[in-house]
Design a protein around this ligand. Sequence first.
Ligand code: CA
Length: 276
Amino acid sequence: DIGAPAAWDLTTGSRDVVVAVIDTGVRYTHRDLAAQMWVNPGETPGNGIDDDNNGVVDDIHGFDAITRSGDPMDGDDHGTHVSGTIGAAANDGNPHVGVAWNVQIMACRFLGALWGTTADGIDCIGYAMTNGARIMNNSWGGGPYEQALYDAIAATRDAGMLFVAAAGNDGTDNDYIPHYPSNYAIDNLISVAAIDRADQLADWGFGDGSGSNFGRTTVHLGAPGKEIYSSVSISDTAYDVFQGTSMAAPHVTGVAALVCSLYHGDSLTELRERLL
Ligand code: CA
């Protein structure tokens, strides 16, 4: 485990910390997430007007880059699972709790069930930056080096934001076979491998050698990524067990949210050093 109870003696997070989940969306009505969602202070729900002039109409809990709308509802479980690990509520009678109980989760959707476009991902990064997120969780990857994506992440570094990225699920060495976005060498980026309950690099158990990616110089942390129980999007009370570096990254993101709540004045460099 990650020793969370000792951290919770110090802080359980803060609503002042906004975490963008750049993913398949979030089931923002889920009983573990409804109270944890970012609420856009400049937007009036359902009036059909872009009240805060940020380019998106009625974006209360985030942004959907695929439909260009303010409704980032998750239809694929993935982003809802990630969000539950970061910040599921500590509500009564409920079996699940996130790493940071107090947090605001901003849903930024650019992934459909199987894939998304880099352009939509960049738009989500831009939305997170413009609308006040401090931390971004990026449980996704694939494709070649793209300068536009590099530049988008570099802009978030200049804005003091942390970019947490999943290292990939191929069982390969990212020092030799680059995986993006986790391999972009930008110093606000933390690449996260998955480990199992014995603190070993995760093997997915398919018997084909697939497991967490790794990399002496390109992967920075390991976090739990096997047998991870969290919220899913099929209903407001649904949960499931997933595995992957997608599940590891949000553990680091949750810890980053705790650190931000405890050390408000930290620079990006200080935040990163504390995490590492
Ligand atoms: Ca708006």
